[in-house]
Design a binder for this molecule. Sequence first.
Ligand code: 13P
Ligand code: 13P
Ligand code: MG
Ligand code: MG
Length: 388
Amino acid sequence: MRITLSCIKADVGAIGGHIKPSVRLTETVEQFVKEKAKKLLLSYRISTAGDDVAILMAHERGIDDREIHQLAWDAFLEGTRVAKEQGLYGAGQDLLKDSFSGNVKGLGPGSCEMEFEERPNEPFLLFAADKTNPGAFNLPLYLAFADPMYCAGFLLSPKMAKGFTFTIMDVNHTEGDRVIELNAPEELYDIACLLRDNERFVIESIRSRGTGEIGAVVSTSRLHNIAGTYTGKDDPVALVRTQGAFPATGEVLSPYRIGHYVAGTMRGSHNGPLMPVKQNGAISFFDGPPIVTGAALCVHGGKFTEAVDVFDHPFWDWVRNNVAQKAAEIRMQGFSGPAMLPFAELEYGGVVEKMGQLDRRFVVREEKGAERHARAGAATRTKRAIQA
Ligand code: 13P
Ligand code: 13P
Ligand code: MG
Ligand code: MG
């Protein structure tokens, strides 16, 4: 059977700041989806990660389907109505346009979708992150789908021997989707060269070169580019098929042990380590640390099993302790250097305006004649030394 998995997520309001949606908001979204599901969906699942609500759906309508996207958009409008009624913070935060125009892409919510022929057994993972960017998935997906140090399947499974094709998007290009396809392992260094820059180059999808099947998809929207100003972080979702021609579930999970530093956390303007946490939890320290949640499911005939929370295990308690330490360490230096994002990435209008005002107060000192003479002499000597 050919099915489509769609995950569409948005922040439409939360309790106590950017912390967690109310139970009533989440239940309202769920109730709305449940009603519409009768006509459109084979199954669905609602979950939260920090202040974001994710709607996971299985259906037969293909990707970019108007009715599926409309369903999610309308469900988030319902959630926004409740958020306003309850006085939640950031009601309707990620619904950046007034009306729906056929697809949630470019309207604010994040979405990732994959269409495929169901295998006889079809395990997959849903990752939902909060207080970070889509580029947060660059490193963990690279390590799982291209690095034998993390994915033993490259040594042990003939089905993975041909490697994977990475489709990478330049998310700074706003006039359309600017993408490149690169093959692992031959073009590993080129892939790394792009994925180094989490803010600009983002893995959009990964395909098996052995079977041509789709293995992973990531939401790639940049709210900043839609709204033109900071309206919240891009809090991404990703779907990853596992086992068989793809890495095993444990191989896909293993890079989350690193807690690599990603952009996000407080006011979307800092770097913090990505902490793997249990699903449906809240945000805390310094509006962070950036979190990632993971649900493992199987789907058969479009019907989901119950989800298993992959980060709910004693091993990840140990990881969380280590990651908390990394979060505390970088926070010790406040605004200084890599603790805060570089100016080009700072999304809060305030600092941009402040820098503009300060710029006007800078003065270039008048140099006295003797000093200028000495400097010109030094420059000439250096030039001669280089030429010689
Ligand atoms: P089982 O023997 O438990 O099926 O595990 C096989 C495997 O490949 C685990 O990664
Ligand atoms: P969200 O993008 O999760 O709403 O967080 C925004 C923020 O500014 C947190 O400090
Ligand atoms: Mg928010
Ligand atoms: Mg969020």
